[in-house]
Design a protein around this ligand. Structure first.
Ligand code: NDP
Length: 242
């Protein structure tokens, strides 16, 4: 059987790691992107290999268009007979502040990572999916991008922008059997949320608890599978009812 390839941006930790493990368990060769935590990325790859799967590391900063195109085009050049059929745009950061205090750096860094980064990566890979008439793009957004969240105008704007990209690209790609969907997690237990007051926030979550990265990864696995072939342009929350 021909191996299928999947790329997970920000696959070294948290939700991206759980998604990488899930896709590897489904039989994908998983390309694990990360920015700086090489040891964590290597741990993800080691876990994939111990589980009988296969993968590789691919460091680049999604904010940096040159790094993105160099890394991806080098891979494409070395893998002429295959293509990346599943893309999970997961890399993201928070830099919370009230809007009237927000610095240019806090704004641009967050928007560049979640929104521009997804654009740079997707623009390169989607054309191969369209040519081959098969592909899955899964964008990890956030409940913040649906409802807004105080102190997160940068993050909410970036995620709302990525929801817009998801819907427009889904319309462009549906006839070519390329689906584009977004997953909107609520509060998930990862490094990104470890500085938050979890006990206080739990009171706002109908399920009464934070979610686990694996609970997000299950949906990503489903959206990447053949079973989800008629679902496109959707934003699905994994939020315990938040
Ligand atoms: P973590 O902070 O645990 O992990 C972030 C991941 O993104 C790491 O792998 C990190 O790589 C990578 N990353 C960050 N910046 C870049 C960059 N410029 N280029 C490449 N990779 C980068 O975050 P989570 O797992 O919690 O979040 C994953 C996604 O889910 C994000 O998009 C986030 O916005 C979204 N989300 C998370 C929620 C939560 O409650 N945790 C809720 C809603 C959405 P490295 O290890 O090298 O730093």
């Amino acid at each position: 059987m021909i191996k299928k390839y999947a790329l997970v941006t920000g696959g070294s930790r948290g939700i991206g790691k759980a998604v990488a493990l899930k896709l590897a368990a489904m039989g994908f060769h998983v390309i694990i992107n990360y920015k700086s935590h090489v040891e964590e990325a290597q741990k993800t790859l080691d876990e994939i290999i111990v589980g009988g799967g296969e993968g590789q590391l691919m460091p680049f900063d999604v904010e940096n268009e040159n790094e993105v195109s160099e890394a991806l085009n080098a891979w494409i050049e070395q893998h002429k007979d295959v293509y990346i059929e599943v893309l999970v745009n997961n890399a993201g950061i928070r830099k919370d502040n009230l809007l009237f205090w927000m610095t240019d750096d806090e704004w641009h860094h967050v928007v560049n990572t979640s929104l521009n980064g997804a654009f740079y990566v997707t623009r390169i890979l989607v054309k191969y999916m369209l040519n081959k008439k098969s592909g899955r793009i899964i964008n990890i957004v956030s409940v913040s991008g649906l409802t807004g969240m105080p102190g997160q105008s940068n993050y909410s704007a970036a995620k709302a922008g990525l929801i817009g990209l998801t819907k427009a690209l889904a319309l462009e790609s549906a006839k070519k059997n390329v689906t584009v969907n977004a997953i909107a997690p609520g509060f998930i237990e990862t490094d990104m949320t470890k500085d938050l007051d979890r006990d206080e926030l739990k009171k706002r979550i109908p399920a009464g608890r934070f979610g686990k990265a694996e609970e997000v990864a299950e949906l990503a696995g489903f959206l990447a599978s053949d079973k989800a072939s008629y679902i496109t342009g959707q934003v699905i929350s994994v939020s315990g009812g938040l």
